[in-house]
Write a protein that binds this ligand. Sequence first.
Ligand code: HEC
Ligand code: HEC
Ligand code: HEC
Ligand code: HEC
Ligand code: HEC
Length: 446
Amino acid sequence: MRRGFRGALWGCALALLGPACSGGPVAPPTVREVLGEHAFLTPIDAPSTVAATSGGAEFATEPVACGACHIDHLTEWAPSSHALAVHDAQFFAELAKPGQPRWLCLNCHAPTAVQRAERITLDTPFAAVGSTETLAAAVNRDHEPARLGEGIGCAACHVRRDEDGRGTVVGPRGSGRAPHRVRVDAAALAAVCDRCHAPVPDPLAYRVSPSLPCWFTTREELASGPAAGTSCVDCHMPQTQRPVVPGGPVVTLRRHGWAGGGVPKVAAGYASLEARGWRLGVDVSVATDPVVVTLTNTAGHAVPTGDPERFLQVEARYEHEDGKVLASDVLRIGQTWDFGDGTAAHPARRLADDRLQAGSTHAWTPALTPSAEAARLVVEIVHVRVTEANAAALDATSLDLALAALWPEFPSDLQASYPLRSVVYRAAFSVGPGAEKRSTKRAPDR
Ligand code: HEC
Ligand code: HEC
Ligand code: HEC
Ligand code: HEC
Ligand code: HEC
């Protein structure tokens, strides 16, 4: 979720959404009055320690502290998009834009209260949330600055406050062997994804500002497709057999890798994609004469889902034996948005939705001129997270030094620091009589 908020928006124009500006002397509208009561509007109240069952010293909740015992979970989480949710130059470039509601972005990207310098509640005056004065007035005394960089850490999903105010780990089963408190609530854990991935019931209608609808429709796509009834966890945290801590009994657990669309946030993330459960969300079949590429959605939701900037680029091409491209055609599978100019007169709107909807099949006949020189037909699918043009524009954004100071390892060159796209499928077929499949690639690469 991104694109510009503009400073001016935080005035009356936005109050279209709430009861402010309706005349008469009224108290300035609060976050609740303007944006509603949704969970993502405030940070998660996860305390910085969890209680020990022995009654002794409490346990720290940083991922490295949890990972001292849960090493497999830490290893899988570390290269995931969750661990790196504030770690890329794109996020910082977006965050640095003037008037950007950083508090709101951070509510999903660095979501626990201890990660946050400011203390914003539903009762905070809405007009003030973008301004530094209120942030100063709303200083969070429990802030632990070093924790911003953990992004969506273990605590975001697992640590909550018990009735006595102390921290507990929310777990799926409760073996009784944990040295820390455990509150068993498998349903709450499985539903935790919705707070950020399905933040409001009507994502296309709900607007944070004219330029920013809350456009994640993954939940709706899933509910209306053939995989309705499966949960995000079923596919994105595949089951595996292993102990919860080294040396413990082997049980059925879930991987913590969230491989998603196969474009890791750092190049080093490619190596672990398959182990983290990556799979392509489409089934591909190719006929060579005439050429027809048939794509069937096997993800429970649209492909791609999530960020509207993502798209799949399907390319079919004839190549000479030496690799020279003789003819090619491209199909773009994604959404097209006009992000507007930040005013209510020209709000963001979706112009087209050419994604592969849940359960659907698309038979594509590329326009390819046959060539006697062609040695093979190559079909390739590239998953694009960010286009080169947008990455270059973000690199050119002037970055806020105060923001960079918050995150010392701040990567300043977006294009160099993170993969923008991955080749997620490639198959080559010999052409002519006796045409046969020559090769298919497996894991995504750059
Ligand atoms: C309601 C929760 C929520 C809020 C608020 C939110 N985001 Fe996100 N953001 C997400 C989720 C979920 C994704 C993952 C979608 C995906 O990967 O397709 C994401 C992805 C992103 C990405 C990565 C996209 C990519 O393809 O690499 C960026 C950058 C980003 N958000 C920036 C922002 C900024 C800037 C703001 C504030 C204006 C913001 N987000 C507010 C939930 C949120
Ligand atoms: C995005 C949310 C999320 C994050 C972040 C997360 N977990 Fe989990 N975790 C879950 C869910 C959901 C389950 C329950 C799966 C199930 O129903 O079996 C789970 C289960 C577990 C379990 C129980 C055994 C198992 O694997 O099923 C352990 C231990 C665990 N997580 C540790 C961690 C640690 C350590 C971290 C940080 C390195 C972490 N988790 C980060 C969502 C998360
Ligand atoms: C000192 C070691 C240690 C630390 C530190 C630790 N755990 Fe655990 N944890 C355990 C053990 C041992 C179990 C039980 C293992 C078993 O059932 O075989 C457990 C169980 C769990 C479970 C499963 C609960 C269930 O429902 O069965 C979750 C989830 C979990 N831990 C998360 C965390 C998180 C999050 C942190 C950091 C805040 C953390 N743990 C820190 C040792 C640790
Ligand atoms: C606290 C907010 C939050 C919660 C809770 C959360 N996510 Fe995410 N998720 C995000 C954000 C933000 C991103 C994008 C990070 C980025 O790319 O910078 C993301 C990215 C993802 C991706 C895309 C990975 C990729 O790179 O393509 C998947 C898949 C995903 N989450 C699944 C889940 C599942 C399943 C759960 C529940 C167990 C969950 N998330 C819980 C915020 C959240
Ligand atoms: C039936 C299995 C399945 C279920 C259920 C499922 N997903 Fe996915 N999801 C996938 C597959 C497969 C992909 C990879 C799609 C691709 O190739 O781009 C994916 C990709 C994603 C991505 C990365 C963007 C993209 O399209 O590549 C996000 C974000 C995501 N899923 C979030 C969720 C959330 C949130 C839920 C629950 C509301 C969920 N998914 C439920 C299978 C599933």
